[in-house]
Design a protein around this ligand. Structure first.
Ligand code: ADP
Ligand code: CIR
Length: 359
């Protein structure tokens, strides 16, 4: 067979022009024919190709983004397609501006939104982190995954006080315990099809697990979508208490493990939506009326918040939970951690005003 010349135009992946393809998928929007042809033969030093980068989107046509990075180099080598995706998701941030962190909980203005506990069930803040010198989860070998697990668990085991806890590997965990942790909102679910296509679920469950303190107010997911998801959560609406605990934990862990970070992208993550702060601050809040408001979506956009079902991304709230939503900040890059929490707070405050008016 004749070798193909580098100038020869290749047909675009047909999936992206299928009628089933989400017309708003950012990969569909920004993988133009020119970009595709400029990137199609590239490979990072660790062997991550354009095909690997876009596989999740092509196999899940309902994706909103459709891409996962395999290593730090993916963000520079595939910048032609990733930069516009990043800038649209985290709008109005421009990568040339650079990202700055601010983890000072005292700067958040957040008087308790629901002191009587009528609307807000629980509050959670998590950040995504990945260790310097390793591939991101879509391109990680089994050996790398086990090495990271060992390193991270070593550091977590040294934590003291409120952060002291135990690591529970997924491998060997009985099914009932695992399912209960998922149902109670503490543990990631298994078999996410977006992550499956991205190669993140390889050799499941080896090398994955959860660390938590006795009260399950401080938790760390190991080797799920990112190497670490550091989580602070509690029942009720005390956002400042949750944020303070998170800041303490992240500072402690950061001292002992170096995280992948660049000036333009902030903390690196496998999914471009999690770049920057890596932070998602959320409440589970009962807002059946506000959610039916004709401008609900518009208000969410205006306040930079994102609604999810209460069993996490791509879930719907059912049964006794109808009307309860997970409301979180949507942008994570180009604004500080303080501002992420403030975005969530301001948005929830607005939704609660609408809810109370309708009661
Ligand atoms: P992530 O927040 O890590 O991106 P998900 O949206 O999948 O991922 O949520 C992970 C888990 O965290 C789910 O079980 C979800 O119900 C739980 N969760 C998220 N926010 C809250 C909250 N405010 N209170 C209780 N559980 C929460
Ligand atoms: C998608 O593209 O829809 C999935 N890969 C998940 C994207 C991350 N989540 C999000 O934007 N809320």
């Amino acid at each position: 067979r004749k070798a193909r010349s580098p100038d020869e135009k290749m047909p675009m992946p047909a999936e992206l022009s299928s009628p089933q393809c989400n017309p708003k998928m950012l990969l569909k929007k920004y993988l133009t024919e020119d970009v595709y042809n400029a990137l199609r033969d590239k490979k990072t030093k660790s062997g991550f190709t354009l095909t690997d980068l876009i596989k999740s989107g092509l196999e899940n046509l309902d994706s909103s983004n459709g891409v996962y990075a395999g290593d730090e180099e993916s963000y520079s080598l595939y910048a032609k397609v990733l930069d516009p995706i990043i800038e649209e998701y985290h709008s109005p941030y421009k990568l040339k501006d650079g990202h700055t962190s601010d983890m000072n909980p005292e700067k958040v203005e957040a008087p308790d939104l629901d002191p009587e506990g009528r609307f807000i069930r629980s509050t959670r803040i998590r950040v995504a982190r990945n260790l310097k010198g390793y591939n991101l989860t879509p391109n990680m070998s089994k050996e790398e995954r086990l090495e990271i697990e060992k390193k991270v668990v070593g550091v977590l085991s040294s934590l003291t006080g409120d952060l002291a806890g135990t690591y529970y590997p997924l491998n060997g965990m009985d099914e009932q315990t695992r399912q209960q942790l998922v149902n109670d909102h503490f543990l990631f679910k298994k078999g996410d099809r977006f992550l499956e296509s991205a190669g993140v679920n390889k050799e499941w469950p080896e090398g994955r697990g959860i660390f938590h303190n006795v009260n399950k107010t401080f938790l760390v997911w190991v080797n799920e979508e990112d190497q670490l998801r550091i989580i602070s959560m509690e029942m009720g609406s005390d956002i400042l208490s949750v944020f303070k605990r998170l800041c303490d934990a992240v500072n402690e862990i950061d001292k002992q493990l170096g995280f992948q970070h660049t000036h333009q992208h902030g903390y690196l993550s496998s999914c471009p939506t999690n770049l920057g702060t890596g932070m998602r601050a959320s409440v589970h809040v009962k807002i059946p009326h506000a959610a039916e408001h004709p401008d609900f979506k518009k208000i969410c956009d205006e306040y930079h918040i994102q609604p999810r079902g209460i069993h996490g991304e791509h879930s719907e709230s059912t049964g006794a939970d109808v009307g309860v939503f997970d409301i979180s900040n949507r942008r994570r890059l180009g604004l500080s951690e303080v501002q992420c929490v403030q975005d969530m707070y301001n948005g929830v405050k607005k939704l609660l005003e609408i809810e109370k008016e309708a009661l």
